[in-house]
Design a binder for this molecule. Sequence first.
Ligand code: NAP
Length: 247
Amino acid sequence: MSSAPQLLKAPTTVVLTGGTSGIGYDLLGRLLDGGHKVVVIARRASSLSPQPGLIPLDVDLADIAAVRAACARLAADHTDTTVLINNAALQYPAQLTDPDFDPRQMEAEVAINLVAPALLAQALLPTLRHHGQRAAIINISSGLAYFPKQKTALYCATKAGLSSFTRSLRYQLESDGTLVSEVVLPLVDTPMTEGRGTGKIGAAAAAQAILAGIAARHETIHVGKAKLIPMLSRLAPGLGHRILRGS
Ligand SMILES: NC(=O)c1ccc[n+]([C@@H]2O[C@H](COP(=O)([O-])OP(=O)(O)OC[C@H]3O[C@@H](n4cnc5c(N)ncnc54)[C@H](OP(=O)(O)O)[C@@H]3O)[C@@H](O)[C@H]2O)c1
């Protein structure tokens, strides 16, 4: 049995991107209830109702200069951080074949979904490494990283990139004992998926499963139907692609 400590058991400081909506909002409530201090990074972070432990930081993660400034602030002011949760993401439901698809939307998707998580992780590395086995970097990915759909091609690609990035970073931090986890989510009922899809799980169920997976130090946290992905990838990848293609 591993002697590594259970994560998020004792109050600590968590940096959470995208705590203003959907899964991130539910994670925020649970973390604050658990007595943690939470630095929320989002465009509308300061619109959250003030609560003990909540530290809002208004940042547009599509703006790399703003991300760099936030990184400097985190590294200087939040050296007690032990957990980074890269949760914020953007998904434009368009196809490259749509004549009015604005290429700037693709730039924003890559910046928010892939570049910002890497920059935040790098900025917090000295702090996190200092905490060794008590530290964790959690990247919120998707089943679409493994089985992309027809629409939102770049969103799927950023999640595949985040999945690969998570594994490489895990190798880099292996000797520190820092947990580097990928959360593989199914369809969750949030503003991101409003008006589309069926069989969604609620944001509360997703948040609960994510926190349980972190506490148990799982390197990959498959949530709900996403638990089928390893089996589909191994035994019936063609079926997986067919199911998710039109999702
Ligand atoms: N919902 C699903 O079915 C599903 C499935 C698989 C994976 N996921 C993943 O789960 C995570 C949470 O998604 P969700 O469904 O909860 O989405 P959501 O309700 O749309 O929330 C997205 C969050 O990201 C933040 N965000 C968006 N653009 C931003 C920007 N430019 N700068 C800073 N923050 C920004 C938003 O905050 P502001 O608006 O305040 O900036 C918001 O808090 C994402 O990584 C998503 O890819 C979701």
